[in-house]
Design a protein around this ligand. Sequence first.
Ligand code: TYM
Length: 323
Amino acid sequence: MRILSGIQPSGRPHVGNYFGALRQYITLQAGNEPFYFIASYHALTAVQDAPLLREYTVGVALDFLALGLDPQHAALFAQQDVPEVTELAWILSCVTPMGLLERAVSYKDKVAQGLIPNHGLFAYPVLQAADILVYLSDLVPVGQDQKQHLEMTRDIAGKFNQQFGEVFVIPEPYILDSTAVVPGIDGRKMSKSYGNEIGIFDEGSALKKKVMSIVTDSAPVEAPKDPAESTPFLLLSMIASEEETAEWEARYKAGGMGYGEVKKRLLELIDGYFAPFRERRRELEKDPAYVLDVLREGGMRARAVAQQVMRRVREATGLPTTY
Ligand code: TYM
């Protein structure tokens, strides 16, 4: 199966990105044909500072590699290395009803948060559809917040196929129930824009400060507590073994356990889980040329596929290349 997904280089990835999506990128590599990219054109809707965007893009590539993405097998690339996606985005724009984009929740959220909207932000889901469709992707691992974008992609692909013939595969989202919405330290969805994130590569006192400041209710130690409503428990259940998770669940329900205790254990678990990735990232940072080679090679592989599909798209729409 062809797997495709992407992440915006709009900062350092966080634990929500990891459990919601990146971990699935890695587990889905084996036995499939994976394409993973850094959504730099999407980030440009908000990050308009060239050195910063460059730094974040290389940073995300390092993160992917440190987390276990195998560049021999998966194509790891930067979105701008496949400019065909922007061409496809235009063609798809012409079969995308305005009403579809006007219903986009993530656009409305960003505007509500005070982002001054540009046309790129409004058209964002069409570019995302192009990212997915241009590789004829079957499966797209994402978190819950991308579900609507996937539905829009399926709609747009259906409209194109109906109008011009069956060119595109209708992709399926791959969303794990247990990690679909990873909570941040204030209990809302973990997100850079809420400033409530725990970074994948955070360590030492910075990590401790974040974990210890996770918001909990004010139930006294002796009171029984609801684990399903508790951020430290929800985060812990993503890392701890099933047995350990079951033990904490029982302790929550029995009462006599303070939140400080579970946070302390959560800190140990996060620290231990990500330590080997931090180490690998430090190693990779020593060889910047390697990361650029990986991106270049991944970009060429991805572009070759996109060019083939675009030939079919151009034929189907009556826009064949004339030279
Ligand atoms: P982005 O960069 O916001 O996030 C990357 C991935 O992380 C997931 N995620 C979460 N999952 C669970 N809980 C959370 N708190 C959480 N926060 C983030 C996101 O769902 C996503 O899977 N539009 C995309 C990037 C994109 C894309 C694509 C993705 C562009 N083109 C094509 C898939 C296919 C985005 O902004 O993700």
